[in-house]
Write a protein that binds this ligand. Structure first.
Ligand code: DAH
Length: 340
């Protein structure tokens, strides 16, 4: 009996398999009810009493060896190399930490979406401009005090080159390059020599809107403004136009919307007036059309321009403009918007 057991022990230890089927065959052969080990346990009753202890131990050793062998071989076929290294591949993966869009991008995209519904497409122009595109083509005469309205960064060696002070500069590119009718929207960075404070920065963003066609009227402008205000600030928003002056539009206006925080009753955001200024606009001055090669007797147009920082501050109740440029994650990760 001891001889048989030792022989089987050898056989079990030496066993290897090339697949799970062979392991199962091995298990059935040795560990099932009719297997070799069960048969030996059956013979155990015939072992003389004085040998029972030693033989019993040997039989148990045989059984554990068989069980260990089965488990070890099964593991080797079911687990990949990674598992052997101690990794549990069934654990859920760590979530990927996504960034969030910058609030200025969110608002810019939202404005673009609203105007896209009206058929406006995007046009972009250079940040480094010449005097013509930033001023002259927009009806700012030489030495005209209106040029001082915008504190311009000039290139010292060549005062004809400057950093654009507004995205209106792209109007001149569009009029020169595009086919009529023109219906375009221009987002971009602009630069002014201003001291940095909670309300002003030397770099900020604007969106310019230009529409030129036959028979474009002030009513079209007003309707566009009203549609934009309601889409962006909410259904109940009303607009108000105040006469203003810009060299490139005539007539010109500044546009206010009813304060979305107090609904027009007056609060500290609208300084008790119930109104918030959001943009400048007007009918494209016929001089501008002519200067840019468009027949002002045939075509009319409107233009409007808004500061993205300002609109974003109003939308989210942000009190300090510098936050947009500091890249503080605690500030930036607070902004999310559906669809962007
Ligand atoms: N360019 C002006 C500014 O930066 C904003 C502006 C006003 C744009 C009136 C326009 C407009 O297109 O019609 O202050």
């Amino acid at each position: 009996m001891v001889g048989k057991i030792n022989e089987l022990l050898e056989e079990l230890r030496a066993f290897t398999a090339t697949n799970l089927d062979e392991v199962e065959q091995f298990r059935i052969k040795h560990l099932s009810k009719k297997g070799t080990i069960a048969a030996l346990f059956g013979d155990f009753k015939n072992v003389p009493n004085e040998e029972k202890k030693a033989v019993g131990q040997l039989l148990n050793q045989l059984k554990t060896t068989a069980l260990d062998k089965v488990n070890e071989l099964k593991d080797s076929f079911t687990n990949s190399d990674f598992d052997k290294s101690g990794l549990d591949l069934s654990l859920p993966a760590d979530s990927v930490k996504l960034g969030s869009r910058h609030p200025l991008s969110l608002v810019k995209n939202e404005i673009i979406e609203i105007f896209a519904r009206l058929g406006f497409t995007i046009s972009e122009g250079p940040e480094i401009e010449d005097d013509w595109h930033n001023f002259s083509a927009l009806n700012f005469p030489e030495e005209h005090p209106a040029r001082d309205m915008q504190d311009t960064f000039f290139i010292e060696k060549n005062p004809d080159i400057l950093l654009r002070t507004h995205t209106s500069s792209v109007q001149a590119h569009d009029m020169a390059e595009m086919e009529l009718p023109i219906r375009c929207l221009t987002p971009g960075r602009v630069f002014r020599n201003e001291a940095i404070s909670a309300r002003a920065h030397c770099i900020f963003h604007q969106i310019e809107c230009l529409y030129i066609d036959e028979n474009v009227s002030f009513a079209d402008l007003k309707q566009t403004l009203s549609y934009f205000a309601k889409e962006f600030f909410g259904e109940k928003t009303e607009i108000r136009l105040r006469p203003s002056y810009f060299p490139f539009t005539e007539p010109s206006a500044e546009v206010d919307v009813t304060c979305s925080l107090c609904g027009g009753d007056g609060c500290n955001v609208c300084k008790g007036t119930g109104w918030l200024e959001i943009l400048g606009c007007g009918m494209v001055d016929p001089n501008v059309l002519d200067l840019n090669g468009i027949d002002s007797k045939k075509y009319t147009g409107f233009a409007l321009g808004m500061g993205i920082e300002r609109i974003t501050m109003l939308k989210y109740g942000i009190k300090d403009l510098r936050l947009f440029f500091e890249n503080d994650i605690r500030f930036l990760e607070q902004f999310t918007a559906a669809g962007f």
